[in-house]
Design a protein around this ligand. Structure first.
Ligand SMILES: [Zn+2]
Length: 421
């Protein structure tokens, strides 16, 4: 059978430094070898690095790009929730779709080929945002696999009518369900209700959890307990968990082991965590970013993700996961090659495992979801925020970025000639 596409002379992350050819047919990687003979059209990567498509395990497309309708005075989590709650009253399906599409396209152009987006549902917005993002999922399936995690950002137990909408979203095809216990006075009750609905619809769970810097209490115990009791290990993620960054090493290690044993994964969101936490300090401000690479040493599945873009939770961002990995490396004081490589893992294989994506990675028989980066090794990709040059989604090219060209001036006159006159 002839191949559809031949990607020539690539360095493959995690393999030897030799260059390989990758043959693709019907969207699947059919062969990986040093020299493949094929008449298929293709591209010579000239030794550049190929990685599996980036995976953003936590982003909010529905509330991105709303800075023009919000104010940021305190920069706190409470202010962000209140500002977005007010803006949300003006959301229509067309408005959500247009803003979300703008954000999604940026992510695609940065090499993201799979994404979990959280979608707010409650008694006021109903399923408006959910329907917009469902349409988006279908319209952009050629470039990215999008999964929708519906969740009650403004509370569940304290917000009458929201649970019914959450259930309706699950009936209407939500891919998974999220929770936000810090938004309710009965946090354990919130966690319990989310597990109940998840079990009823057989959905995975992704909580926003422990989003503060007070180490004196945590909701991790209740999440781990429920995951164990309901045999949900490997199906639960907790995002932020900034509280862990405020714990001394012994306590941090104990929670790392507990999370690993319970099969609860962690997504760290450096941009939002840096922006919103520590606002009660006026100097010597804590970083408030949990050390994902240290958690992973205890066996926790970890990812680094975008979270919010251009809204009161995070007024910054370009949807580049390479840049997020670099930001994290700066904050976590990472400089050695192995740890930089693990930062790259936490925007590729880590979130793929967290999202239970089957057949992920540059292997024969896997879907050809590939990104070619303008560098030769993984550590450089993170250290230098290297740009992706093009991506394939199931073997089809989804975008191309031209490599930059330096336009040196032509020599006006050579010094030797000047001396000879
Ligand atoms: Zn979030």
């Amino acid at each position: 059978m002839p191949n559809d596409f031949l990607l020539r002379n690539v360095t493959i992350a995690g393999r030897s430094r030799d260059v390989f050819d990758i043959a693709i047919r019907d969207g699947i990687i059919r062969d990986i070898a040093p020299h493949i003979t094929s008449d298929a059209p293709g591209e010579d990567a000239a030794g550049r690095l190929v990685v599996p498509g980036f995976v953003d395990s936590h982003i909010h497309l529905d509330k991105s790009c709303i800075l023009d309708r919000c104010t940021i005075e305190q920069g706190t989590l409470q202010e962000a929730i209140a500002q977005v709650a007010a803006a949300k009253r003006g959301f229509s399906e067309g408005d959500v779709y247009a803003r979300a599409a703008r954000t999604l396209e940026k992510a695609i152009l940065h090499g993201t080929t799979a994404m979990r987006t959280h979608v707010e549902v409650d008694a006021r917005i109903g399923l408006t945002s959910f329907h917009a993002i469902q349409r988006l999922k279908n319209d952009y399936a050629w470039a990215i696999d999008l999964e929708l995690c519906v969740f009650p950002q403004e509370g569940l137990i304290n917000d009458p009518g929201t649970e019914e909408v959450l259930v309706k979203a699950c009936e209407a095809g939500a891919d998974l369900i999220g929770g936000c216990p810090y938004a309710d006075s009965d946090r354990s009750g919130h966690i319990n209700r989310i597990f109940d609905i998840a079990q009823r619809f057989d959905l995975d769970i992704d909580f926003h959890l422990d989003f503060d810097l007070d180490p004196s209490w945590t909701d991790m115990e209740e999440v781990c307990r429920q995951a164990g009791a309901r045999r949900y290990g490997g199906r639960v993620t907790i995002g932020h968990v900034t509280k862990l960054s405020a714990m001394p090493p012994k306590e941090f290690a104990a929670w790392g082991r507990r999370l690993a044993d319970a099969g609860v994964a962690v997504t760290v969101l450096p941009s939002t965590d840096l922006f919103l936490t520590g606002r009660d300090c006026d100097h010597n401000i804590p970083r408030g970013v949990t050390h994902a690479h240290r958690l992973s040493e205890h066996g926790v599945t970890c990812s680094l993700a975008t979270n919010n873009v251009l809204n009161p939770f995070t007024p910054l961002g370009d949807c580049s996961l390479i840049r997020i990995a670099n930001l994290y490396a700066n904050v976590a004081q990472i400089g050695d090659t192995a740890s930089l490589c693990s930062c790259l893992d936490m925007v590729t294989s880590g979130p793929a495992k967290l999202m239970n994506i089957a057949h992920y990675g540059v292997e024969i028989g896997h879907p050809a979801d590939l990104v070619v980066l303008d560098c030769a090794d993984q550590a450089a990709a993170v250290a230098e925020i290297v740009q992706p040059l093009f991506a394939l989604k199931r073997g089809r090219r989804s975008f191309t970025r031209a490599a930059p060209i330096l336009h040196r001036p032509q020599t006006i006159a050579r010094p030797r000639l000047l001396r000879s006159t």
